[in-house]
Design a binder for this molecule. Structure first.
Ligand code: UDP
Ligand code: MG
Length: 347
């Protein structure tokens, strides 16, 4: 393992003493699973995840977040969590959506590595050890790639191809499959990311903004055995809007004035130029300008420019509040090498 990649804390995704750690409280891997009406899958799901970790002697915990299910998933989870020491159930008050459910799971996870997967058995828990091994090669995020995806062609595969192509070009994170839930993360990366809306699909892009090293690994994918998919074509629009947000965050989060200021100023200058031209026509040459569309264009451009410019200034203030109120640095340190105080400086 390359020591340069690993920072102060034991960053080997799995430190070397699983047997010891198993007896301690803190698990090394937390599996986070959002659950919305998946009651038939639950018993098999939990048992397969547990068996995978046991077989590879990895100390683990399973965190199932019930996202306001109405089919008895919450009650079953409550029961199972009381009986099993490796399962924690986080029961949300109502249905919030997959992203908030995952965020709740992240907040309750204690492992150094966090693995996410779907609760419908479409992801194969048997792939988890391979993801973790890949993470151990020095990555911060390893994303599953459903190379042989088992979903409906028209409503899922085609929109997903287009979405993946768009996301790849806009975010510049070069992976094939953004929608795959099966992923492994270093915990500190997850804790650095804030999730809103339906941004779980963009976790690799958010991770990339945080400076993460990202890898991709082909994983198995099964057709849904129980229940039904919670999404249809309707999410296409939401994905596009989220993509616009991500694009802006990636490029201009800490410098909104660079985009608003630029377009604002351009618009103002063109408006002003046209205004001057029309004034000359009117005042010097004595021509009538009241019925010219150009006059409207000049006014609209000038006002838009002023608006954009002021938006930029407001965005700058907001951005400062965003970072400073949360003590969020505008950079992420991978590691600090060397003593606090270099020997040469001591007396
Ligand atoms: N899910 C959730 N809350 C929701 C919708 C979905 O927690 O409001 C969970 C769901 O139980 C599943 C995962 O998110 O574990 C992915 O959902 P689904 O399998 O329906 O999506 P697909 O695989 O069809 O894209
Ligand atoms: Mg699914």
């Amino acid at each position: 393992m390359n020591p340069l990649i690993l920072s102060e804390t034991p960053k080997s995704a799995l430190a070397k003493a699983p047997a010891l750690a198993q007896t301690q409280r803190s698990p090394q891997v937390s599996a986070v699973v959002p659950i919305y009406n998946e009651v038939e899958s639950l018993p098999v799901l939990i048992e397969t995840i547990a068996a995978t970790f046991r077989d590879s002697a990895i100390p683990y915990e399973i965190i199932c977040v019930d996202d306001g299910s109405s089919d008895g998933s919450a009650e079953l989870l409550r029961q199972m969590a009381q009986q099993r020491s490796d399962l924690r159930a986080v029961l949300l008050r109502r249905n919030y959506g997959q992203t908030p459910a995952m965020a709740a799971g992240f907040n309750h996870a204690k492992g150094q590595v966090i693995v996410t997967l779907d609760g419908d058995l479409q992801n194969d828990p048997a792939d988890i050890p391979r993801l973790i091994a890949k993470l151990d090669e020095g990555y911060d995020l390893v994303s599953g790639w459903r190379k042989d995806r088992q979903d409906a062609m028209v409503t899922r595969l085609i929109p997903s191809r287009i979405a993946n192509w768009l996301i790849r070009h806009v975010t510049e994170v070069k992976i094939h499959d953004y929608g795959c839930s099966l992923k492994a993360y270093r915990a500190e990366l997850v804790h650095d990311m804030n999730l809103y809306g339906e941004l779980h699909r963009f976790l690799p892009a958010l991770a990339f903004i945080e400076g993460a090293r990202i890898a991709e690994l082909p994983v198995r994918h099964h057709a849904r055995r129980y229940g039904y998919s919670k999404y249809g074509l309707g999410r296409t629009f939401r994905v596009l809007m989220d993509l616009a947000t991500i694009f802006f965050m990636k490029k201009f989060l800490t410098r909104p004035m660079h985009v608003f200021g630029l377009f604002g100023l351009l618009s103002m200058l063109i408006g002003l130029g046209l205004g001057i031209y029309l004034s000359i026509l009117k005042l010097v040459l004595g021509m009538a300008i009241g019925d010219r569309p150009l006059l409207i264009l000049a006014v609209v451009l000038f006002l838009t420019g002023v608006q954009l410019f002021s938006f930029g200034l407001l965005a700058e203030l907001l951005m400062r509040t965003y970072h400073e109120s949360q003590n969020r640095p505008i950079y992420r340190v991978r590691e600090v090498v060397g003593a606090d105080e270099p020997v040469a400086m001591r007396d």
